[in-house]
Design a protein around this ligand. Sequence first.
Ligand SMILES: [Ca+2]
Ligand SMILES: [Ca+2]
Length: 223
Amino acid sequence: MKKIAWMGLLFVMTIGLIFTLMGQSGSYCDFSDIERSQENIFQAGTWKNPDTVPPVITLIGDEAVNLTVDDSYTDAGATASDDVDGDITANIVVGGDTVDTSTVGTYIITYNVSDAAGNPATKVTRTVIVSEEEPDPDTVPPVITLIGDEAVNLTVDDSYTDAGATASDDVDGDITANIVVVNLVNTSVVGTYTITYDVSDAVGNPADQVTRTVIVSEELEET
Ligand SMILES: [Ca+2]
Ligand SMILES: [Ca+2]
């Protein structure tokens, strides 16, 4: 048994001696050496952060453009810039619809770009709406037409019923019912009376006033 104990002690001492020698020779794995070698690689520029940030597209002008048929249209375009590549406006790919101002419709123009590392920007779009031409506003006044004579001669106590007038408008059509008549004829009183006729169209264009003259005279003496 003693012999085995001695052999065990000798084995442990031998192992200990081997480890001590290895430590002195520096052949152990030393983590500080690895860190130093990484620093050297960074300093030598052999390692760079990859570009993972996409470029950004900025629209020039409005996101929505409203046109009337046959308007001319020139797209204002967009700009693009990237954190690494800088100004990459020239690389923008304009796609989507081609605006045809001769055809009523909604056109969507798209703007796309990627940086040199292939990161695509968020797509930007512009909507161009081409609409029917607005009808011309009504600038033409209506016209009043007198019914009957412009001048009427009466004798005191004659009965009188005014024949009235008609009115028509280029947009509103027949607006006779809207005529405002001022008729102060009193056949029991001698005098010269002017009846007036006025009307306007729906947007307020007034017609030229029309008048009728009614003359009420004394009864002629019989000769
Ligand atoms: Ca980038
Ligand atoms: Ca009118």
